[in-house]
Design a protein around this ligand. Sequence first.
Ligand SMILES: Nc1ncnc2c1ncn2[C@@H]1O[C@H](COP(=O)(O)OP(=O)(O)O)[C@@H](O)[C@H]1O
Ligand SMILES: Cc1ncsc1CCOP(=O)(O)O
Ligand SMILES: [Mg+2]
Length: 264
Amino acid sequence: MAAPSILFTRMRETSPLVQCITNYVAMNVAANVLLAAGASPAMVHAEEEAGEFAAIAGALTVNIGTLSPTWVAGMKTAIAGARAAGKPWVLDPVAHFATTFRSQTVAALLDLRPAIIRGNASEIIALGGGQSAGQGVDSGDPVSDAEDAARQLAFSTGAVVAVTGAVDFVTDGERSVRISGGSSLMPKVTALGCSLTALVGAFVAVAPKQPFEATMAALATFAAAGEIAERGAQGPGSFAIRFLDSLHGFRSESLEADGRIVAV
Ligand SMILES: Nc1ncnc2c1ncn2[C@@H]1O[C@H](COP(=O)(O)OP(=O)(O)O)[C@@H](O)[C@H]1O
Ligand SMILES: Cc1ncsc1CCOP(=O)(O)O
Ligand SMILES: [Mg+2]
């Protein structure tokens, strides 16, 4: 199993090109997060070019945060391009339970076999068919309530499933880990979950045959960088700036801090 620190170093040294189809709220935030971490983001979503671009990117991430029919067409074209080129793609099902358009879109995207699904607890519970307390893009449920749904989703889709929150959970259906760290200020800054999905894309781009390890490494990076950023932060505004700085100055050794990643 590739250690998170090894994958982080590989990601930073190779600066993978990551095609991000993400929402209007997250585009700038996620691009800055990827640049600070050492990857190369490209926000490319038009149907006319998304498939062609996916063939040259190391990985594709698809986030349904601000959906429209033209964006769905771009997503499907991009996914087809990624699949044809053997590139992994990552799904972020933002608030998929909130409307029929969203849930139908996510069902169609799941049929296109994402390598990894990353969502908050409410999103993952609802993907498993359960009743979540979520209303919109923010979670209303603890991660522990989503662990069984995550395992079942991993079984039924073949994807690695990541549930994020106070303590993250990652499973491929057989192996599972919990990852601790981060900051209670993280859910107070918009688009950090979307940005994490983009960073998962950067890690799986450098480890396409190891989506479980790549996902763990990305989540552990956020957990460690979030802890560092919280020191001295006065609220969400200063935290957001410190978080980018913390990713930029990040040293991979802190990924293997005692007890950060625990197998369950
Ligand atoms: N209460 C918390 N304490 C520590 N880290 C958190 C907390 N809530 C969320 N995070 C972290 O914030 C990041 C975004 O996760 P989350 O808020 O679940 O996503 P989303 O924005 O999609 O709802 C993850 O790295 C997660 O670990
Ligand atoms: C506020 C908002 N509205 C539609 S998408 C979005 C951003 C959600 O970001 P995240 O899932 O990372 O909190
Ligand atoms: Mg989200």
